[in-house]
Design a protein around this ligand. Structure first.
Ligand code: OXD
Ligand code: MN
Length: 592
C-alpha cells in the first residue's frame, strides 16, 4: 500500500518498541497520497466505520459515529506526567511517569491483535517553517488517519523535513475496546511523548491538536522561548489593502470559530474591509528577525462544533464543510444522504438517523439529532476567507492579543491593558460565567487563564512567568493586549451587543489603538473607548446603551478582585510577584 520508510534511527527505534508492544497484524505507513487515503476511505465505508454522503451535494464527505460513551475530551482522565508532581502544577491532573507508562503499556499490550498499525508522520505548521514541529502518531483507527490527514500535513515530505533529527513528538493511540473506565490521555512533556488509550473521539485521539500543539508545545515553547496558545488568528484588511493581524483567546463555547471567520457588516464591506482567517483554535508564536511577534496556525483544518453553525452565524464555516469533510455524531438525512444538526436550519429531516444510529424524526422527536459536541473536520483551504498567508513559512506579525470571556456584568465590551505586564494579568484572570445551557449552577465564575486551563502542559504559575519573560524579550515591539466581552446582559437577560460580524467594530478600535489613532478613557482596569470611537453606522444601538456596556462598575470589580485573590492563592509561591503587584494596584485604584 505504501513504500514509505525512514533512516531516522530515533524514529525506527521507537516504532520497533511500539510494534513489540501493541503487536499489530499489519503495518501501514501513511504517505499522504490521495490514492492511499482513497483506499482507506473505501475500507472504512466497507466496514461501516464511515458512511459516504451524497456525492453531488457533499462531494468527498463522510459521516462517522463514535460510541455514546466517547463524545468529548475527558479532562478528568487527562494527565500531565512530569517527573515531579509540582511541575504539573495545581491545575493539572498528575501521574508519575513510571506509573503511567506501566499502566498504559499494560493496557496497550497486544491491543493491535487482528488490527493494522497506521504510522502517520505529521507536521504541525507548514512543512519547513521555522515555527513548525513534527510528530509521528501510531494509531489503529482509520478515522484517526483520515482526520489527521485533514487537520495536519501528513506523509513523505514530513519525514524528509525531519531528516535524522530527534526533535519530534511520539504519539501512541490505541482504541483498545473504548472502555471509559480505562480511558487515559497522558502527556509526558519531558519525553516529547503522548499516549492515548480507550477513546476514538477527536480531541482525545487526534494527537496533533490539544495534546501536542498545546500541552506538549506549551512546555517546549517555555524551554525554547516561544508560545503555544489556544488562540485564533485573523487578519483585517483595510480599504488601502493593509492587513493587520490579531490573535485571540476565548474559553470553549465563546464563538472562537465565528470570530476567526467573521463577515464584515455591509457598511465596512462597502468601504473595502476584509477579514482573513489564519486559524480558529491554536497559534504558535515566536519573535521574528524584525523583533515583532510572528504567528502560525499549526493546524491544516478546522475541527469545529457543528450545532449552531449556519448560514447566518458562520457562512464561511458552513461553506468549509461542503466538500472533503468528515462529520462526527451529526444526524443523517436518509432521504438525500446528507447531514443535519440543531441550528443548521429550521427544516429538520423527518426521515433521519440520529447521532446514536437510531431512527429519528426531526419534526416530532424530543431528543437531539446531533450530539451537542458533534463536529466537522474540514480542510482549511475550503474556507472562503482563508488568509493568503495561511501557508506562509514565517507566519504573520501580530499587532494585538485579545482575551475574552462570557461575563454578564463584570467586563466591559472592550478594554486595553495598561502595558504588557498588566495584559498578562488580564489574561490570567480570564473567566466565563456558566450559562443555563451548561449543566450545573448558572452564573458561576470559571477562571480559565488565557483559555489554557485544560491545555497548559506545565505549572500555570511558570506559564505566567513565561508570558512575562516574552514581554521583556519583545520590548516595545510586543503586541498590545486587550480584553473583550461580547456577552453583557440587560436586566431581562438579553445580550446587549449584537456580536458576530459586528464584533469587527470593536476589533477596528483595537487596531486604531495599536496604531495610536484612537483615544481612550482610563479606568481602574485599563483603557476603555469613548463610545463615539466605536463606529456604529448601520447598527440600531442607542449610544447610551453602548455607553452602558463600556462602563466599569467599581463595586463589581471589588468582588472580582476578591475572586482573583482566591484563584491566585492556588499558585502559591509560583505565582509571579509581578502579577500579585498588578492585583494590588487594581485594588488600590478601586479603593480611590
Ligand atoms: C476545542 C476546545 O475543541 O477548545 O477546540 O474544546
Ligand atoms: Mn479549542
Amino acid at each position: 500500500m505504501s513504500t514509505l520508510s525512514t533512516k531516522n534511527a530515533t524514529v525506527n527505534q521507537w516504532l520497533d518498541e511500539m510494534k513489540a508492544l501493541v503487536q499489530p497484524d499489519h503495518i501501514v505507513w501513511i504517505d499522504g497520497s490521495e490514492a492511499q487515503l482513497d483506499a482507506l476511505r473505501a475500507e472504512a465505508v466497507s466496514t461501516g466505520e464511515m458512511t459516504k454522503l451524497n456525492e453531488e451535494k457533499l462531494p468527498g464527505c463522510y459521516l462517522h459515529r463514535t460510541l455514546p460513551n466517547d463524545v468529548a475530551r475527558v479532562e478528568n482522565r487527562t494527565f500531565i506526567c512530569s517527573r515531579e508532581e509540582k511541575d504539573a502544577g495545581p491545575t493539572n491532573n498528575w501521574m508519575a511517569p513510571e506509573k503511567a507508562y506501566k499502566m498504559l503499556y499494560d493496557i496497550a499490550r497486544g491491543s493491535y491483535h487482528g488490527r493494522t498499525m497506521y504510522i502517520i508522520p505529521f507536521s504541525m505548521g507548514p512543512i519547513g517553517s521555522p515555527l513548525a514541529k513534527i510528530g509521528i502518531e501510531v494509531t489503529d483507527s482509520i478515522y484517526v488517519v483520515l482526520n489527521m490527514a485533514i487537520m495536519t500535513r501528513v506523509g513523505a515530505k514530513v519525514l524528509e523535513a525531519l531528516g535524522d533529527s530527534n526533535d519530534w513528538v511520539r504519539g501512541l493511540h490505541c482504541k483498545v475496546d473504548v472502555n471509559e473506565e480505562n480511558r487515559y490521555i497522558c502527556q509526558f512533556p519531558e519525553d516529547n511523548t503522548i499516549i492515548s488509550v480507550n477513546s476514538a473521539y477527536g480531541g482525545n485521539v487526534l494527537l496533533g491538536k490539544k495534546c501536542f500543539a498545546l500541552r506538549i508545545a506549551s512546555y517546549q515553547g517555555r524551554n525554547e522561548g516561544w508560545m503555544a496558545e489556544h488562540m485564533l488568528i485573523l487578519g483585517i484588511e483595510n480599504p488601502q489593502g493593509e492587513v493587520k493581524y490579531i490573535a485571540a483567546a476565548f474559553p470553549s463555547a465563546c464563538g472562537k470559530t465565528n470570530l476567526a471567520m467573521l463577515i464584515p457588516p455591509e457598511h465596512f464591506k462597502k468601504q473595502g474591509y476584509k477579514v482573513w482567517c489564519v486559524g480558529d483554535d491554536i497559534a504558535w508564536m515566536r519573535k521574528g528577525p524584525d523583533g515583532r511577534l510572528w504567528a502560525i496556525n499549526p493546524e491544516n483544518g478546522f475541527f469545529g462544533v457543528a450545532p449552531g453553525t449556519n448560514e447566518k452565524s458562520n457562512p464561511n464555516a458552513l461553506a468549509s464543510t461542503r466538500k472533503n469533510t468528515i462529520f462526527t455524531n451529526v444526524a443523517l438525512n436518509n432521504d438525500d444522504n446528507t447531514v443535519w444538526w440543531e441550528g443548521l436550519d429550521k427544516n429538520p429531516p423527518e426521515n433521519a438517523t440520529d447521532w446514536k444510529g437510531n431512527p429519528w424524526n426531526g419534526k416530532t422527536s424530543d431528543v437531539k439529532g446531533a450530539h451537542p459536541n458533534s463536529r466537522f473536520t474540514a480542510p482549511a483551504k475550503n474556507c472562503p476567507c482563508i488568509s493568503p498567508e495561511f501557508e506562509s513559512l514565517n507566519g504573520v506579525p501580530i499587532s494585538a492579543i485579545v482575551f475574552g470571556g462570557r461575563r454578564a456584568k463584570t467586563a466591559p465590551l472592550v478594554y486595553q491593558s495598561k502595558d504588557w505586564t498588566n495584559g498578562v494579568f488580564v489574561g490570567s484572570i480570564m473567566a466565563s460565567e456558566t450559562t443555563a445551557a451548561a449543566a450545573g449552577a448558572v452564573g458561576v465564575v470559571r477562571r480559565d487563564p488565557m483559555a489554557m486551563l485544560p491545555f497548559c502542559g506545565y505549572h500555570m504559575g511558570d506559564y505566567f512567568k513565561h508570558w512575562l519573560d516574552m514581554g521583556e524579550e519583545l520590548g516595545d515591539k510586543a503586541p498590545k493586549i486587550f480584553n473583550v466581552n461580547w456577552f453583557r446582559l440587560d436586566e431581562e437577560g438579553h445580550f446587549i451587543w449584537p456580536g458576530f460580524g459586528d464584533n469587527l467594530r470593536v476589533l477596528l478600535w483595537i487596531l486604531a489603538r495599536c496604531e495610536g489613532k484612537a483615544d481612550a478613557v482610563e479606568t481602574p482596569i485599563g483603557y476603555v473607548p469613548h463610545p463615539a470611537d466605536i463606529d456604529t453606522t448601520g447598527l440600531d444601538l442607542d449610544p447610551q446603551v453602548l455607553a452602558s456596556i463600556l462602563e466599569v462598575d467599581p463595586e463589581i470589580w471589588k468582588k472580582e478582585a476578591d475572586g482573583i485573590e482566591e484563584f491566585y492563592a492556588k499558585f502559591g509561591d509560583r505565582l509571579p510577584e509581578a502579577l500579585r503587584g498588578e492585583l494590588d494596584k487594581l485594588k488600590a485604584s478601586l479603593a480611590k
